[in-house]
Ligand binder design. Structure first.
Ligand code: MF3
Ligand code: CO
Length: 256
């Protein structure tokens, strides 16, 4: 069942979304040459605590890994697709890209958003990967409308990414979000005809998160049980927003 949220609930999700936005804005500025992903983690921990919120990822148990995720951020560098773990040993260098993904819980309602940023100068093909992935999210956002169906959203990502010759990661998907971090429906970044194709209705809130590889789509999870990397070592980009279906079209909760 896909929960439909009241306007009061949407306002709470909005607050969580804006908190995540503010954190990511600050972290983007900290993701410079010489900084470590642990530096980002420390800053995020402080911002979440200062806001009176709780981290959504830290302590999150995943069936697939059989462990609890130990950090407030996922920092996925270069060929890391998602769930990269912050580390004092991971120093960012010019030419890297880093996906910064974080979630919060505020007054019982969750926020979740991610952005991938370049560190220093990156080459043209990497810039194109980031641009196409972000564009695919924007096209998907525009499909989050009452009366549309889930596949309209999934298909928008798929079509844009395919047409630019990049690959869609299939092992990880977006999700509904509300009083849990992960709610129904699952939101693949491609049309999965084996899955459900519900009609979108006002009050539904979707976290759409395209994960796109420059090379082949295949991923594998490292020995730490979390870090997913592109099998072929190619760069991977990831953007995420949470979007409410309203009578007036898509409402992106995770940006002003
Ligand atoms: N944005 C990702 C997601 O929504 C990050 C989850 S990390 C985890 O699934 F630790 F919470 F699993
Ligand atoms: Co998410």
């Amino acid at each position: 069942m896909i929960v439909r949220r009241s306007t009061v609930e949407l306002d709470k999700l909005r607050k969580s979304g804006l908190l995540v936005y503010q954190i990511l804005e600050d972290l983007k500025r900290l993701a410079v040459e010489g900084a470590t992903t642990h530096d980002l983690e420390l800053a995020a921990e402080r911002m979440i605590a200062d806001a009176g919120a709780k981290p959504a990822f830290k302590g999150y148990y995943s069936q697939a890994s059989g462990t609890k995720y130990p950090y407030v951020l996922c920092t996925s560098v270069n060929d890391e697709v998602v769930h990269g773990m912050p580390s004092a040993k991971r120093k960012l260098k010019a030419g890297d890209i880093v996906s910064i993904d974080t979630g919060v819980q505020l007054n019982g309602y969750f926020g979740d958003s991610a952005v991938t940023v370049p560190v220093g100068q990156v080459n043209d093909s990497v810039r194109r990967l980031l641009k196409v992935t972000e564009e695919s999210l924007e096209l998907a956002i525009d499909r989050v409308r009452a009366g549309n169906r889930l596949f309209d959203v999934c298909g928008a990502v798929e079509k844009h990414v395919q047409s630019h010759g990049f690959s869609i990661v299939r092992e990880f998907v977006g999700h509904g979000i509300g009083t849990s971090l992960h709610e129904e429906p699952q939101i693949p970044n491609y049309v999965d005809r084996r899955g459900e194709n519900p009609r979108l209705k006002p009050g539904m809130v979707l976290a759409v998160e395209p994960m796109v590889n420059a090379g082949k789509p295949d991923t594998k999870v490292l020995g730490d049980k979390w870090t997913a990397v592109a099998k072929d070592g190619s760069y991977s980009a990831h953007f995420e927003h949470m979007i409410a279906v309203t009578d007036n079209g898509p409402w992106v909760l995770s940006r002003p």
